[in-house]
Design a protein around this ligand. Structure first.
Ligand code: AHM
Ligand code: MG
Length: 346
């Protein structure tokens, strides 16, 4: 199914016929998220011409200055998803507490989490940004949804995805049976399936990290990057290339297409925050996509999807991408934890 004529709606129906695992309410949820992403894409496209660029006076729960488009994207996602009867509650990187579904609408069985506009520092410079989302199932028998009901480890995600707003608007999605990619056809105004069963190459010689934080990294990450930088003459015996967009969606999208490894590790720069990226809105959905595409995602020695969350807005170290490199990083962290350091792997 890669004739570019299969719409997202048809793809969802065909997935259900093939696997029998997609309830109608989950289909509606995905379609509503996709519809919201189309509206956000339009707002991003219009950019300066419609006066939506620039910062607001407000800060979000993370203490970060909000951009106008952060707030617009958040409102669009809330508005598109609260009326359909498929959700019990919503959590957003931009909101301090959860957003229960208003009583005037029926309540559904799913929980939706999102980072409405990832990479927002790139908005003004016209570099790819995106929306990241994660879907969980609400446990049975919950009368009133609270923040604690969202605190499920990432391996319990029912679906995860992101939409990039760049040269093309691309939706990448997993419902737990592989990863598919959809391009927004601007003529039809609909997403069409362009890639099925995306696979991340196991080996790579490309890494993505913010090198300016090098002095703040922990020893295993320093060791890994030092060895990459040593190139052909070093212990890895090959040269590496580096890319860093500064939008996780864009960096992960590149890795899903051609391999690579993405690192936002713990560093001393954010000692009180314990890392830059958020577990529930960024690390978990991306880890699910990467694992579903045959890659790996760890926070050090631990698999990201096994972290038991303790807070809605908690942060996590993120190392994900091509299996061989992420496994090496995991080994380096294990060795550091055990206090031994055998000769570097080749
Ligand atoms: P945001 O969700 O507020 O945009 O922050 C997350 C972004 C990621 O997309 C990106 O990988 C990282 O922050 C970039 O960080 P840095 O500014 O250190 O390069
Ligand atoms: Mg983000």
């Amino acid at each position: 199914m890669s004739d570019h004529s299969v719409s997202l709606s048809r793809w969802l129906i065909e997935q259900q016929r093939t696997h029998g695992h997609i309830p109608a309410s989950l289909r509606l949820l995905i379609e509503q998220v996709a519809r919201a992403c189309k509206r956000i894409s339009r707002a991003v496209d219009k950019g300066a011409s419609s006066g939506v660029l620039g910062s607001l006076q407000s800060s979000n729960v993370q203490g970060e200055v909000q951009k106008q488009l952060d707030v617009i994207a958040n409102d669009v996602l809330l508005e598109a998803n609260e009326w359909g009867g498929h959700l019990a509650a919503i959590a957003s990187e931009e909101l301090e507490t959860i957003h229960p579904i208003p009583h005037r609408f029926p309540r559904g069985e799913y929980l939706l989490l999102f980072d409405p506009l990832d990479g927002s520092s790139n908005i003004e410079v016209n570099v790819t940004i995106g929306t990241i989302f994660s879907v969980l199932h609400l446990d049975e028998g919950v009368a009133e949804v609270q923040g604690e009901h969202f605190l499920q480890p990432g391996h319990r995600q029912v679906a995860a995805g992101y939409c990039t707003y760049g040269p093309q608007t691309t939706l990448v999605l997993s419902l737990g049976h592989g990863v598919s990619s959809f391009a927004l056809d601007p003529d039809q105004g609909s997403f069409v399936c362009t890639q099925q069963d995306l696979r991340i190459p196991e080996t790579t010689s490309e890494f993505a990290i913010n090198m300016s934080n090098m002095r703040h990294w922990a020893a295993p990450v320093r060791r890994y990057i030092d060895e990459c930088l040593a190139g052909r003459e070093g212990p890895r015996g090959k040269d590496f290339n580096m890319r860093w967009v500064g939008s996780m969606v864009a960096d992960v999208h590149r890795i899903l297409q051609r391999g690579g490894v993405f690192l936002y590790p713990w560093d001393r720069l954010y000692p009180n925050l314990a890392c830059r990226l958020r577990l529930m809105y960024e690390a978990n959905p991306m880890a699910m996509l990467v694992e579903q595409a045959g890659g790996m995602a760890v926070a050090g020695s631990q698999r990201i999807l096994d972290i038991q969350p303790t807070g809605l807005h908690q942060r996590a170290a993120v190392m994900l991408g091509s299996r061989d490199e992420v496994e090496r990083l995991r080994q380096y962290h294990l060795e550091a934890e055990e206090g031994s350091r055998p000769p570097p792997m080749r």
